[in-house]
Design a protein around this ligand. Structure first.
Ligand code: AHR
Length: 495
């Protein structure tokens, strides 16, 4: 039919590789994001490996977590690495001034963090302290982590139990320096970055990619100033984009119990991330035509009003089917811009904002967002394929509207052709055909959906929402996919 929704994939024109780092995580010293959530200490009754919870680490391994960013966030610009090494009982207790004013006992420091990433088989993204630190402090931290031969700092590392250097893959110079990281102007930060980065040295075989703190939301000024003025030890710009249902910082909207107006406003606000990526990429293309610089979306996700009764500084929120679709929409956008978006980090991994996992005492639940990440693992390091949706209906509720279908396609490392599809419409199923330019037999994969927009897993019903098997058959060589309302489908196509 003329109005048939058609997903057209051009398998003959492979695009850039979807870097597995697009599926990166972020763990900050914030609320129970680290303490209680993953770190319980080696003496805990909760089963752990050197202090890290076995259940949480095990669940995260299923996501093939490529990297973890640590120790913040805003916390990073008040973190002094020397306070987090040596015997834990002797480490100073500080006030976590950003997040709830609670004691920070420095139990998780450099050695513990690297133990976590090594247990996960992930890479380390260390965020340096530019706000209250110095070039010297960052340079010495890098020397402590990476020096190989004779050096007092390397000897200190050895004394603290680590002989061989830690592998530091990514190092950021400050965080949100336009705000909690120092309220700077981009020109001032660019100059400071040039100065500080001069002194950030490591052995050549352990040189991290260096990341400058960039803009927020739809801002482009930071990308403009940084890409024009910085040259040395500069590999990527970190950009942040959070989704608020109301579109505003004040009165963001609830995580559960919302109507279809907030369902669509949230998902439509998420899609606006593509506008900021396109604008920032255009500037990079002008100032960095050799494509050296990455645009790292190193904080993203839903941000709701805090869970009633929780410490507002702990950023506790529930996680529903809406969050899973929001994550999948991000993935589809990131894949489409994989040439520059070579890393992204959802905020945050456990118990904070749009978490993969929620814990209480020795229990955990996997959130709908966790399932979206797990379903999309075949896209890690896959080769993106150009995809377009023809006759994509507009989904509208009240003053909001957005395209109904979002699609992504890639040639997986497993040789299979993978499709990721989202039907954002909360009430209406959609039927679409797939045009691959060649005959298709069938497709098999999984679906994530539920009866309610705010379906969630809880400690009483931990498996209320989880992926289920899904199949699509070909009619006359064309695959017909029947997408239920409010659903994510990930499929491997049989040709
Ligand atoms: O993820 C929570 C906070 O959001 C981070 O610490 C900060 O960088 C951002 O404002």
């Amino acid at each position: 039919a003329a109005d048939e929704i058609k997903v057209v994939v051009d398998a003959a024109k492979p695009g850039p590789v979807i870097h597995r780092n697009i599926y990166g995580q972020f763990a900050e010293h914030l609320g129970t994001g680290i303490y209680e959530g993953i770190w319980v200490g080696p003496d805990s009754k909760i089963p752990n490996v050197r202090g890290w919870r076995k259940d949480v680490v095990g669940a995260l391994k299923n996501l093939k977590v490529p990297l973890v960013r640590w120790p913040g966030g805003c916390f990073a610009d008040e973190y002094h690495w020397r306070e987090g090494i040596g015997p834990r009982s002797k480490r100073p207790v500080k006030v976590n001034t950003h997040w709830g004013g609670v004691p920070e006992n420095n139990a998780v420091g450099t050695h513990e963090f690297f133990d976590l990433v090594e247990q996960l088989g992930a890479e380390a993204y260390v965020n340096g302290n530019m706000g209250t630190g110095s070039a010297q402090e960052m340079a010495e931290w890098l020397e402590y982590m990476t020096a190989e031969g004779k050096s007092t700092l390397a000897d200190l590392r050895r004394k603290n139990g680590r002989d061989k250097p830690f592998r530091v893959h990514y190092f950021a110079v400050g965080n949100e320096t336009w705000g909690c990281g120092g309220n700077m102007r981009p020109e001032y930060y660019a100059d400071l970055y040039r100065q500080v980065a001069t002194f950030l040295k490591t052995p050549e075989n352990n040189r991290p990619l260096f990341i400058a703190s960039g803009g927020n939301d739809q801002d482009t000024k930071w990308t403009e100033v940084l890409s024009k003025n910085v040259r040395w030890n500069f590999d990527a710009i970190a950009h942040h984009y959070y989704t608020f249902p109301s579109g505003k910082w004040e009165g963001k909207g609830p995580a559960v119990g919302f109507g279809e107006d907030q369902w669509i406003s949230t998902l439509a606000n998420t899609l606006n991330i593509e506008k900021t990526i396109v604008k920032n990429k255009a500037i990079l293309d002008q100032n960095d035509p050799k494509m050296r610089l990455g645009l790292y979306m190193d904080e993203w996700g839903s941000w709701y009003d805090p869970e009633p009764g929780s410490n507002p500084g702990f950023l506790v929120q529930r996680n529903t089917l809406r969050d899973a679709l929001l994550a999948a929409l991000h993935f589809n956008v990131f894949h489409a811009h994989a040439d520059r978006v070579r890393m992204s980090n959802i905020a945050q991994m456990v118990n904070v904002l749009q978490a993969m996992i929620l814990t209480t005492k020795d229990k955990l639940i996997l959130t709908p967002t966790y399932h979206a990440f797990e379903m999309y693992t075949p896209f890690q390091d896959a080769t993106s394929l150009p995809v377009s949706v023809q006759n994509n209906p507009t989904y509208s509720v009240a003053a909001h509207s957005m395209p109904t279908i979002s699609a992504t396609a890639a040639q997986g490392k497993d040789g299979k052709l993978w499709l990721g599809l989202v039907n954002a419409d909360a009430t209406k199923p959609q039927e679409l055909t797939l045009d691959l330019g060649a005959a298709v037999k069938s497709a098999k994969g999984r679906i994530l959906t539920a009866a309610a927009m705010d379906a969630e897993n809880s400690f009483k019903a931990p498996n209320a929402i989880k992926p289920e098997p899904f199949e699509a058959q070909a009619v006359n060589g064309k695959l017909v996919v029947k997408l239920p309302a409010k659903a994510i489908v990930v499929l491997a196509v049989e040709r």
